[in-house]
Design a protein around this ligand. Structure first.
Ligand code: F3S
Length: 401
């Protein structure tokens, strides 16, 4: 891989050990994937911010980097708790202290402490064709597909290395030829809301693996629906990029001749809902919305649905979002409606990387296919996957029938 004289100097340690190690990571990955050179990036999204997922070894590693600063705008993923309301979630003091050590280390590095998996909703919004190095799989899929930006699925260490150096390897989805589709999906059923798009993403992600699906037959899709599709494709498979004919920005620029085709009909839609639920009836002690983090439109919708109702005594309704959305929800009066009904809006964290399994919860209802994929393993909970209206109904009844 070609390195500029400046990069050679960094690699020789002339700008300190932290930068040297960061560049070593980027060069090693670049060489594995046959990158011809390193290219500049305009932003980074870091994953692996929750103490639950990175543990003590992760804290020590991030703290060991703080003699340097990130060189490009860098936002970070959710943590394991609401940074202000963690006590009301039942998070222990010991966990909170460890989590704050991670946050303080990222602050020293110069990260923007967004603690959200939807950086594109709160200011980290790359333009079409822009090279970035992002590490949250749902956000990677959204950035590549919906925004037309260019990123590989970075890991925690490689994203941090890119944030320090401001470069990434020129391979994978940074290259035109890697952005062509590998499978055509004919959608022959009407998709009406986020959970339908999640069910589609779950089904296709499993089949396409880390390929690039090209969807035809989808007539319209809101940003929230595309957010849901992106997350599901990246969770059940390793999808980093998809195209939807006449909807996503590269759909009319890529080569689609000779692709294998599969259909997605009302049968596959129904089967996906069925497969994603581990239980069909019984008590539900937690309804979680906001995977990926809710937009302000989604919070508005939830407020309209829950207005005048009450969350059941044995159940909690938790909504996860970013801090800016929460502030907007407060200002618009949506938070008050949700809290009057007994629900809570938490920022900075989510249902999967908060230690819910230690808080005594057993069954979770969600409208997110990604959350439904991860809840049984990462949160060790049974899960009911359904649409938003039904999630609100479950919250008020305390059970699914
Ligand atoms: Fe975001 Fe957590 Fe889901 S990080 S995409 S809300 S698993």
């Amino acid at each position: 891989m070609y390195l500029t004289p400046k990069e050679e100097k960094i690699l020789a340690g002339e700008e300190g050990e932290v930068k040297q190690k960061a560049l070593e990571i980027l060069v090693a990955i670049g060489e594995i994937y046959n990158a011809d050179r390193l290219i500049p990036i305009s932003s980074v999204q870091i994953a692996g911010v929750s103490y639950k997922t990175i543990g003590d070894a992760g804290i020590e590693w991030i703290e060991s980097l703080t003699s340097t600063k990130f060189s490009v705008p860098t936002t970070i993923n959710p943590t394991g708790m609401d940074l202000e309301l963690w006590e009301s979630m039942g998070v222990t003091k010991e966990f909170a202290e460890k989590q704050m050590r991670i946050i303080n280390a990222f602050l020293k590095l110069g990260a923007i402490i967004t603690c959200s998996c939807t950086p594109y909703l709160i200011g980290n919004l790359p333009k079409f064709g822009e090279h970035i190095a992002w590490a949250e799989s749902s956000a990677v899929c959204y950035a590549n597909s919906v925004l037309g930006a260019r990123t590989n699925r970075e890991g925690g260490p490689s994203a941090i290395a890119s944030a320090i150096i401001g470069l990434t390897g020129n391979f994978g989805y940074h290259l035109n030829e890697m952005r062509n589709p590998t499978l055509k999906v004919k959608v022959e059923v009407e998709l009406n809301e986020e959970s339908d798009f999640g069910a589609l993403g779950y089904y296709i992600g499993k089949r396409v693996g880390n390929g690039v699906p090209y969807f035809v037959g989808i007539k319209s899709a809101s940003n929230d629906e595309l957010k849901s599709l992106s997350a599901a494709l990246a969770a059940s498979g390793g999808v980093a990029l998809y195209h939807i004919k006449d909807i996503t920005p590269e759909s009319n620029l890529v080569k689609i001749d000779g692709l294998e085709e599969i259909n997605f009909t009302k049968n596959e839609l129904k089967n996906s809902y069925d497969e994603l639920s581990t239980i069909k009836e019984g008590k539900v002690d937690l309804v979680c919305l906001g995977c990926p983090h809710t937009s302000i439109e989604e919070i508005k919708k939830i407020a309209e649905m829950i207005k005048g109702k009450k969350v059941a005594n044995n159940t909690k309704l938790w909504i996860f979002t970013s801090l800016p959305m929460k502030i907007l929800a407060n200002r618009c009066g949506y938070s008050k409606i949700i809290e009057d009904a007994g629900g809570k809006i938490y920022s900075d964290c989510c249902m999967i990387i908060t230690p819910l399994e230690n808080l005594g919860f057993k069954v979770m209802a969600v409208n997110s296919a990604k959350a439904a994929v991860y809840a049984p393993t990462l949160a060790k909970m049974d899960v009911v996957f359904t649409n938003l209206r039904k999630c609100i109904e479950i919250a008020t009844l305390g059970e699914v029938k």
